[in-house]
Design a protein around this ligand. Structure first.
Ligand SMILES: Cc1cc2nc3c(=O)[nH]c(=O)nc-3n(C[C@H](O)[C@H](O)[C@H](O)COP(=O)(O)OP(=O)(O)OC[C@H]3O[C@@H](n4cnc5c(N)ncnc54)[C@H](O)[C@@H]3O)c2cc1C
Length: 389
């Protein structure tokens, strides 16, 4: 057993931490206020060869593995939790295009994605409900010219910034539903329209609603076979769920470090705040729990790197990481007194941002259902609540 990052991972960690501290953290508040998308960060990640960490060398990537992706996400989140969202698209979009992109899709989109000149995210959720993703309604009707997509996606990360979306819809061939299928849809395709959602956090990243009105998508832009989309997105979530947890933990750990420093400096009743067990214990408790969750996240990513099953571990990280992080940042605010509640400190901003990670890619209820299903057996508890044998 070896709990150390490799020398390459340590170098990556140091480089991203230095970048996050020097360049991201000072602009975190401004980005939240202006809502400006961090295109510069995406390009910088491309320069650092991070955008291709989940893409094979044959397709222009730099496959450094999932632990490396987690390291970058955690470190970016220490400086600017919103910018760390870019580490969600890095694996899921990169992998889908790498594995399933046709030569045309790779040439048109993967190259620009890796170069940091195109942003692409994923559209799964519909306004009728996101938890039961398998019940999605959007249709892609096969025609001699390609697929015609009609429907609406909601809650899509980076909606106003993306150049293309990987859209999941039911392929319908000769009137027969072939199942959920992934399609690459350029945002300038006729019939696509979008508008933003006014979120409480991750405001520089933004989310939105995208409508598809009889949008023609060439067969070359179908990613994988008809009916394989749901499985593919779930494989992707087994990674992004851990990344979301690490993002929240990065922001929470940074908040604890700042609070430790404040508790050393600030005095009350003639002694430092840090001299009180009432101040020490919450910090010790949060640090302990977060460190345990953090190790579990890297364990889950290591399982993925080594090709082992990790659905249960990823779902467990997904509910526990953000939950612990929200609680930790909240206590850090309290320990800063009234000052903690101001916009002068990043605590309220981190709290707003981190709450989003509780919901994205599956709420705590859904994550716990996945863990229970894995423990009890797939046939026993279904996500729709029915019990099988
Ligand atoms: C920051 C953020 C980023 C996101 N990014 C994307 C994105 O890029 N692309 C995308 O497609 N979507 C995205 N989403 C949407 C997200 O995936 C959905 O919001 C999420 O899956 C929940 O779906 P819903 O909002 O429709 O809630 P619903 O499914 O309507 O659920 C409402 C509530 O009921 C609970 N619930 C539902 N079913 C059960 C059950 N069986 N048992 C117990 N409780 C249940 C849920 O846990 C939840 O609390 C994002 C959301 C957020 C907040």
């Amino acid at each position: 057993m070896n709990f150390e990052f490799t020398p390459e991972q340590q170098m990556l960690r140091a480089a991203v931490r230095a970048y996050a501290e020097a360049e991201l953290a000072p602009a975190y508040r401004d980005r939240d206020t202006s809502g400006e998308f961090p295109f510069d960060v995406w390009r910088r990640l491309a320069d650092m060869e991070i955008t291709g960490l989940a893409v094979s060398e044959a397709n222009g990537g730099n496959p450094g593995g999932y632990v490396a992706i987690g390291i970058v996400a955690e470190e970016l989140a220490r400086g600017d939790h919103s910018s760390a969202y870019l580490m969600l698209i890095t694996p899921i979009v990169g992998e889908l295009l790498d594995r399933w992109g046709t030569d045309r899709a790779k040439k048109d989109w993967l190259t620009r994605f890796l170069a940091g000149t195109s942003v692409i995210s994923l559209a799964v959720t519909e306004s009728s409900g996101g938890s039961d993703a398998a019940a999605m309604r959007m249709k892609a009707v096969a025609t001699p010219d390609g697929y015609r997509l009609t429907g609406e996606k909601s809650g899509v990360t980076m909606t106003m910034a993306v150049d293309a979306l990987i859209v999941f819809a039911r392929a319908v061939v000769d009137g027969v539903d072939k199942g959920i299928t992934a399609f690459l849809v350029p945002m300038d395709a006729p019939g696509v329209s979008r508008h933003p959602i006014d979120d409480m956090g991750a405001r520089s990243i933004g989310r939105g609603i995208v409508a598809f009105d009889d949008v023609l998508v060439p067969v070359d832009y179908r990613l994988g076979e008809e009916g394989t989309g749901f499985r593919e997105v779930m494989i992707g979530f087994d990674c992004t769920r851990v990344i979301l947890a690490l993002m929240s933990i990065g922001a929470a750990m940074k908040s604890i470090e700042e609070t430790l420093e404040y508790a050393r400096q600030r005095t009350s009743f003639g002694r430092p705040l840090a001299a009180n067990q009432g101040v020490q214990f919450p910090l010790a408790e949060h640090h302990t729990k977060l460190e345990m969750a953090r190790l579990y996240c890297y364990y889950a990513l290591w399982l993925r790197d080594t090709g082992r099953p990790h659905t249960r571990e990823a779902a467990a990280c997904k509910w526990i990481g953000p939950e612990l992080s929200v609680a930790a940042i909240h206590d850090c605010m309290i320990l800063h007194g009234h000052y903690g509640w101001t916009r002068d400190l990043p605590l309220e901003l981190r709290l707003r941002d981190v709450i989003g990670t509780e919901i994205a890619d599956g709420t705590p209820q859904i994550a716990k259902s996945v863990v229970a299903r894995e423990l009890l057996g797939r046939g026993f508890v279904r996500l729709d609540g029915t019990v099988g044998r």
